[in-house]
Write a protein that binds this ligand. Structure first.
Ligand SMILES: Nc1nc2c(ncn2[C@@H]2O[C@H](COP(=O)(O)OP(=O)(O)OP(=O)(O)O)[C@@H](O)[C@H]2O)c(=O)[nH]1
Ligand SMILES: [Mg+2]
Length: 285
């Protein structure tokens, strides 16, 4: 069962402004591309976004497929399709998948063109809005579609602060800042977001993040974890694992003691960036 927390507030001013702009601009768009992270598709869905886009045709793009377990990503696509949604899982670092996404986008454009053709209107451009929580790859997706860098991308939640239109042939796409619910009350969701980088990790206590990461890794990817840090003994205690990492990497404090905090930071970073293993935090039942 999901725990409730009351103490996670993360709603910078630019998100409030973005929400107003998104609501205003929604009237102008033909369809919406909601970007989710394939490692935690439900946690990266935002209730507010779901509510405002209800009336719009929506394509779910599950990004970072290269970082998640492929079989699980595919199961999520089936899950969304069963819900009557169009969905696709993609690695935005691989231009080879460009065709797959263009095919889906063309379907949306065709539906819209047919609707207008009935009214006798031809050759008008199609407008889409890219929407999602921070750091899921919205700006990367626009650059990917445009085949050049038209908007800034970084592995840091909250990078895009303003909306912006980008023209890609007959398609006009709007990049938007990542938005979150004003209060993250669901602790499991907050934890998943922090682990994959959707919210800044400092928002949650590091010990809790470490505990969640190691519990997940020991239950699902023990071999890969031990291989990454050359751990030969079958240890389970988190403190012992951290000590091993510090020892193997030579992380020492001035007095010669092991630097466990540095080991913790390395573990969290390497886990988040998929260096230890590919992973999917949320699985389809
Ligand atoms: N490995 C991998 N990295 C990706 C993928 N898509 C995006 N990224 C990386 O994810 C990070 C965030 O990407 P952005 O495009 O800036 O994310 P955003 O959704 O625009 O973020 P905000 O502007 O903060 O809301 C960048 O480091 C991207 O390179 C993917 O499919 N695979
Ligand atoms: Mg962005």
């Amino acid at each position: 069962m999901n725990q409730k927390v009351k103490n996670i507030h993360w709603f910078p001013g630019h998100m409030k402004k973005a929400i107003n702009k998104i609501e205003e601009s929604l009237k102008m768009v033909d369809f919406v591309i909601e970007v989710l992270d394939s490692r935690a598709p439900l946690s990266t869905q935002n209730e507010y976004i779901e509510k405002v886009i209800k009336q719009k045709p929506t394509l779910y793009v599950l990004t970072k497929k290269d970082l998640s377990i492929e079989e699980e990503a595919n199961k999520w696509i089936t899950y969304f399709e069963k819900e009557g949604k169009k969905a696709i899982a993609i690695n935005l670092k691989d231009q080879a998948s460009l065709n797959t996404i263009f095919k889906k986008i063309v379907e949306f454009c065709r539906e819209k063109d047919e609707k207008y053709a009935k009214k006798g209107i031809k050759n008008i451009s199609t407008r889409a809005m890219i929407i999602g929580i921070p750091n899921v790859g919205k700006s990367t997706l626009i650059n990917y579609l445009a085949k050049k860098s038209v908007t800034k991308v970084e592995n840091k939640p909250g990078l895009t602060k303003n909306v912006r239109w980008v023209k890609i042939d007959k398609l006009e796409v709007m990049d938007t800042p990542g938005i979150l619910e004003p209060q993250l009350e669901d602790k499991t969701k907050a934890m998943n977001l922090a682990l994959i980088g959707g919210i800044k990790q400092e928002i949650l206590p590091k010990e809790e993040l470490l505990e969640a990461s190691l519990n997940y890794l020991l239950a699902n990817h023990k071999e890969e974890l031990f291989k990454r840090y050359n751990i030969e003994e079958n240890i389970q205690k988190h403190s012992e694992i951290l000590a091993k990492i510090a020892k193997r990497r030579g992380f020492l404090l001035k007095d010669g003691e092991l630097d466990l905090l540095k080991a913790q930071d390395i573990l969290l970073n390497e886990f988040r960036n998929g260096i230890i293993c590919k992973y999917t935090l949320e699985r389809v039942n």
